[in-house]
Design a protein around this ligand. Structure first.
Ligand SMILES: [Fe+2]
Length: 205
């Protein structure tokens, strides 16, 4: 029998394979070992079925969004940041989980695949980390900002690559966003360094 988390994994793997920029970054392994993560519900969980999937998603994105909704109560959700850093409203309408990686629902020592949800009207502050990374919008919309390029608002299928230690940020407007990111390189489970709400290249605010 296939569990909801296995269905979610297969949907994420298919989404990566169908998104050329993600597939060029890395392929998710076909049959990884299962991790031992216990479910960890977060407040944002309750919002997911209201928002996703939408008609704007690609076939693979829609299947992945539906699989996240279906498995949501079995997922080990993380919030990572303290309330004094991002605020209570942010923490109530945000969550992410490591689907694949050293500490993921499925285990891989050299590749992380995580999925994050941000409700409407949120600001994910500028941050940076040792791993190189690529984000892709699964469903919904967001403004993606990064140090090396102009900010871009992106919907389903849009991608934003971040080099190691490149500062980046994310902002939602009227719509929420569900995004998948791949990470490889150094310090795969390291906590990002937060730079703040405003950022000038080379000069954390
Ligand atoms: Fe990042």
């Amino acid at each position: 029998m296939t569990t909801p988390l296995e269905t979610l994994y297969d949907a994420a793997r298919a989404f990566v394979a169908a998104t050329p920029e993600l597939a060029a970054f890395a392929q998710m392994p076909a049959d990884p070992a299962s991790g031992t993560l216990a479910p960890n519900p977060v407040p944002a969980l309750a919002h997911l079925p209201m928002h996703f999937p939408t008609d704007a998603a690609t076939a693979e994105g829609s299947a992945l969004a539906a699989a996240v909704v279906e498995a949501a109560d079995q997922i080990a959700w993380n919030l990572t940041y303290d309330e004094d850093l991002v605020g209570a409203d942010f923490l109530a309408r945000y969550g992410w989980f490591e689907l694949l990686g050293p500490s993921g629902h499925f285990v891989d020592e050299s590749l992380v695949a995580f999925i994050g949800y941000w409700g409407p009207g949120l600001r994910y502050p500028w941050h940076k980390h040792a791993s190189r990374e690529i984000y892709a919008v699964v469903d919904g919309r967001a403004l993606f900002e990064r140090e090396s390029a102009a900010a871009r608002e992106m919907g389903p299928g849009g991608v934003s690559p971040h080099a190691a230690w490149e500062a980046h940020a994310l902002r939602t407007a009227d719509a929420p966003v569900l995004a998948l990111a791949l990470q490889a390189g150094e310090d795969l489970n390291g906590v990002p360094i937060i730079l703040g709400d405003r950022f000038v290249a080379g000069e954390p605010s």
